[in-house]
Ligand binder design. Sequence first.
Ligand code: ATP
Length: 311
Amino acid sequence: MSEPFAATAADVLVVGSLNMDLRIRTPRLPAPGETLTGSGFDTDGGGKGANQAVAAARQGARVAMLGAVGQDAHGAALLAALQADGIDTGAVERIAGMPSGTAAILLMPDGENSIVVIAGANHALTPERVRAQAGRLRQARVVVAQLECPLDAVTEALTIAREAGAITVLNAAPVQPLDDALLGQLDWLVVNEIEAAALAGMPVPGPTEAREVAERLRQRGPRQVLVTLGAEGLVLAGPEGTLALPAPRVQAVDTTGAGDTVVGALAAALAAGRPLREALVRAQAAAALAVTRLGTQSAMPTAAEVDRLVA
Ligand code: ATP
């Protein structure tokens, strides 16, 4: 009660990473000590947190981001990109003496890529910095986190949000062991089949096993467990049992960020109070549209585009 209220309450507060993607097109990987001439270069906003924030904002939610970037040019550009999507960046701290999160991506002609990620300022997100934003966390309807920031900070954010009655969503990517105390704070655990297999300690070769693994993960505490299965769609285990939804059939050209689009669009739909099945259908429609276009944030659709696909 003594916390100051945030200036504006967000529908969706995303706690997570912001990275600058530096993409070089190369004919092949250079050998050790070799210098190659590439054929193109571009930069793009990335990081699972920022991607999910953009996906939610495009669906019409009022979105705020909680995270950290460096006091460098990449940090300024990352904030400007989120602001261009109407996202409140007031809770993104600029950390002195650390670079912004960076992903160096070597993209080969066949679409294969090799990536090195530097967490940089993303790792400066501490439980103390999260607590300093407790007012925003308490006012949000939906709080979304991933695991590219330190686990203790993520846990703190989800705990504050849960106590305040927000809907809590954890996308457990990149996957790491999670204790049941954290899983018990979750309204939603969202994982792809690889992450589900790692967390549950069993393989997920197809939708049948995905139902089983989702149920098994639900026993550990989350109210809903959503397992995404790429072009095969998703399965959900919840209090009413399990549900499988096929993905819309589309011609995929770039599936990068499909999972982030599902998480962000789901958060927006939950914040808008949409019924469960409709929220899942919209989240899948958003991801299906995103995979038909090149790019990650730039490929994420608007609510109007999703309306047309689900009509
Ligand atoms: P990424 O790591 O590439 O962001 P992910 O592995 O986290 O993705 P996926 O399970 O591959 O997540 O995809 C998430 C969702 O995106 C799927 O549940 C589905 O709704 C949609 N999707 C992914 N690939 C396709 C596709 N080829 N066609 C239609 N929908 C797709």
